[in-house]
Ligand binder design. Structure first.
Ligand SMILES: [Zn+2]
Length: 264
């Protein structure tokens, strides 16, 4: 009987010491609120001898507060339609302290331009996407019946660059990038980097606008991985270095104007 009492007392003390630890762990969700992609080939620390499932890490309170403030400021500008997304960061570098899921960009006349599927992206990058579409893509597409929808090929995705095992972390893993597959006009036409009916002038305009708004723009001819979509991100580099690599086919040479031909 005495031995039982000692055991119960020991367990009670042990439980009491463990309680704070358990309470801390409760702050972290068991399930990732971000997309479920936690591939074993995601970037990992060099000290890891073999692939392992990434673990959630606690986000410093000041980082979480700054991200929440920035997201609130972006949403207050009323440029986009977005649902809140819970912050999550992983010990392999994936995730972000503040992001939203944008389902549409609001044109300046108030109409919505749908993003399909909705893009999970950090808030400063979401605002850059909204500005690029409102300031560049909408005006550039007016002559083709106007922009109705943007087809998104990828947004947040925890993976190495170009899905190459061992490569550096993609900006997609930081929720800092978006891939665009096509843009769809009000009359139903689809335009994209590999779609034959896309006007060359529109491709020029898309590239010019993208390179003005983003620090990385990759399209056909950049690295062989962007032949059917283009990639936009806000990666920060030393000295403000920017990458704008997207080959647009040369336009046909206009026929000489016969009125300007000089005759001997
Ligand atoms: Zn991409």
């Amino acid at each position: 009987m005495k031995r039982l009492a000692v055991t119960v007392a020991f367990l009670a003390i042990f439980w009491a010491f463990c309680a704070p630890v358990r309470a801390e762990n409760l702050d972290l969700p068991d399930e990732a609120p971000m997309p479920a992609e936690r591939p074993l080939d995601a970037p990992r620390r060099e000290s890891d001898p073999q692939p392992r499932a990434p673990k959630l890490v606690a986000i410093p309170q000041e980082d979480a507060d700054a991200a929440a403030k920035l997201c609130a400021a972006v949403l207050a500008k009323d440029k986009l339609v977005a649902a809140p997304a819970e912050a999550a960061m992983w010990d392999n570098g994936c995730g972000a302290a503040g992001q939203i899921k944008i389902s549409a960009i609001k044109r300046k006349d108030g109409k919505d331009i749908t993003l399909r599927p909705a893009a999970l992206i950090r808030c400063e990058t979401a605002e850059a996407v909204a500005d690029w579409i409102r300031d560049e893509v909408v005006p550039a597409t007016e002559t083709y019946s106007g922009l109705s929808r943007v087809e998104v090929a990828a947004s947040y995705h925890c993976r190495p660059r170009n899905n190459i095992r061992g490569a550096r972390m993609s900006e997609h893993g930081r929720a800092n990038a978006i891939d665009i597959r096509a843009i769809v006009m009000n009359d139903g036409r689809r335009f994209g980097v590999d779609l034959q009916e896309t006007p060359l002038q529109l491709l020029y305009d898309l590239r010019r606008g993208a390179c003005a708004h983003f620090t990385t723009v990759l399209g056909p001819g950049s690295d062989g991985y962007h032949e059917n979509h283009f990639h936009l991100d806000l990666a920060q580099r030393r000295n403000g270095y920017r990458i704008c690599q997207w080959n647009v086919p040369a336009p046909p040479v206009p026929a000489p104007n016969p009125l300007r031909v000089r005759y001997p």
